[in-house]
Design a protein around this ligand. Structure first.
Ligand code: NDP
Ligand code: HSE
Length: 438
């Protein structure tokens, strides 16, 4: 601290970083009042310091992160450059210089959170990452602090704003996938590598962090079966709607009766009147089933500069209050200790128990539906509803089947057989249906 002022250094000043600069300027008095001391941004490292940026003087900018990391006056480093390397080294270096760190980098925390949390504990500094999950929704603080006494039976979340925006625009405007993605990028919702948004990788990072926090066990990204929305078509969306569902990219964690944890990120059919089905556009939402608190539902903007900046600045305020009291680490980032690193068994997707939505393109010939039903029946998958309609392409039909609840492995075995049937078009598509039965 320099003359009673808390000094901030930033690495990165793109969509999120500019949001932080704007919020610190626009709510300066409120923030000063809530902390009890003023904040100042001393230095910002970016890739291109010649780019003009709102509210930042050229003298505050450079392309040298070391100016942030080694400046003894800087108390808090805000990492908003993204990616794993070199961000990992910068965050580690800030911690080793006894600086508190606030980051929005979910990829970094999901992959290397444990080592960074351990370093922060050793150096007695704060490592805060509220902005890494669900943009402006204070979901991590809620799990870590407000619900600290509870245990979580399940967590269901729409945690990626870009994919929710794409699915909503496809359904409500009839846009194709590429147009919707380009628009999400223009609005600053997407990752620098938007593949992470659409292939489920970003939602996987967020579920890794959420479940590590909620279940006191170290979850790794490769323990979460992950599917994205790249193959979802306008036809899937329209047929889903006809059968009474919206498609959402859902991140799910369930604690079974045996104590095992089941985790997955998948495009999922959700009944139209379910609260998660009604979350549009860039909004995110999380539904938690607490053993004591019961159901909790929270929703808000999950991506974009301003909502994400709100979470970052709340972490800056929390850290500043600790700094002023001389007592950092008021709340540990997560409560996984070395003895309980892998305390909870995580079970594979093959055991997932759900109803399923199946979409098939098949030749319109006698007996094909009977063969599909026979393959499903062979693996004890019952049909709850069947719908068929003719395609524009003569002689072809689209078949939709809603199954009764079965295990993923039963369905997969039946699909292997169905794919080989004569007259079957492209590979059948299957989407789980939520809520899944007990
Ligand atoms: P941007 O791509 O908009 O910004 C990245 C910033 O980092 C730019 O200012 C860039 O400089 C700077 N940068 C890149 N490489 C370096 C480097 N080697 N040294 C110094 N600066 C560098 O990303 P976002 O703001 O969208 O995202 C930042 C982080 O926030 C990511 O971790 C992302 O996952 C996370 N996040 C993003 C959200 C969003 O809605 N966009 C929401 C929640 C989290 P320059 O400006 O010169 O190009
Ligand atoms: N690309 C991310 C999303 C940013 O769309 O949700 C917020 O984490």
């Amino acid at each position: 601290m320099n003359g009673g002022e808390i000094q901030i250094g930033m690495i990165g000043c793109g969509v999120v970083g500019q949001g932080v600069v704007d919020l610190l300027a626009n709510h300066r008095e409120t923030i000063h009042h809530r902390i009890g001391a003023p904040l100042a941004i001393k230095h910002i490292a970016v890739k291109n310091p010649r780019k003009t940026r709102n509210g930042i003087s050229p003298s505050q900018l450079s392309n040298d992160p070391q100016k942030v990391l080694t400046d003894p006056d800087i108390d808090i480093v805000v990492e908003v450059m993204g990616g794993i390397d070199p961000a990992r080294g910068f965050v580690q270096s800030a911690i080793q210089q006894h600086k508190h760190v606030v980051t929005a980098n979910k990829a970094l925390i999901a992959e290397h959170g444990h080592e960074l949390v351990a370093s922060a504990q050793e150096q007695d500094v704060d490592l805060m990452f509220e902005a890494a999950v669900c943009g402006g929704i204070p979901i991590l603080r809620m799990i870590r602090e407000n619900l600290a006494s509870d245990e979580f039976e399940s967590i269901r979340g729409i945690v990626n704003g870009t994919s929710n925006y794409i699915l909503t625009q496809m359904e409500s405007q009839g846009w194709d996938f590429d147009r919707a993605l380009k628009d999400a990028q223009k609005r600053g919702y997407a990752e620098a590598d938007p593949a992470l948004d659409v292939n489920g990788g970003d939602a996987n990072h967020k579920l890794t962090i959420l479940s590590t926090l909620a279940y006191k066990t170290l979850v790794s990204t490769d323990q979460i079966p992950t599917e994205g929305i790249e193959d979802i078509t306008l036809e899937d969306i329209e047929l889903g709607h006809r059968m009474g569902y919206h498609i959402k990219l859902l991140a799910c964690a369930d604690r079974g009766a045996s104590g095992a944890l089941s985790l997955r990120v998948q495009p999922t059919m959700i009944p139209l009147n379910h609260p998660l089905a009604e979350v549009p556009g860039v909004l995110n939402a999380v539904q938690i089933q607490g053993a004591v608190t019961g159901p909790i539902f929270i929703s808000g903007e999950g991506a974009g500069g301003a909502p994400t900046a709100s979470s970052i600045v709340s972490d800056i305020i929390d850290t500043s209050r600790s700094l002023l009291r001389g007592k950092p680490r008021r709340v540990a980032p997560w409560s996984v200790d070395q003895e309980h690193l892998n305390a909870v068994r995580i079970q594979g997707l093959e055991n997932h128990h759900s109803k399923y939505f199946l979409r098939m393109h098949v030749e319109d010939k006698p007996g094909i539906l009977a063969q599909i039903a026979q393959a499903l029946g062979h693996y004890e998958v019952s049909i709850e509803q069947l719908y068929q309609r003719e395609n524009a392409q003569a002689g072809n039909i689209t078949v939709i089947i809603i199954t009764r609840a079965c295990r993923e492995r039963q369905l997969q075995s039946a699909l292997v057989q169905i794919e080989k049937l004569e007259g079957m078009g492209d590979a059948p598509k299957r989407l789980p249906i939520e809520p899944s039965p007990e």
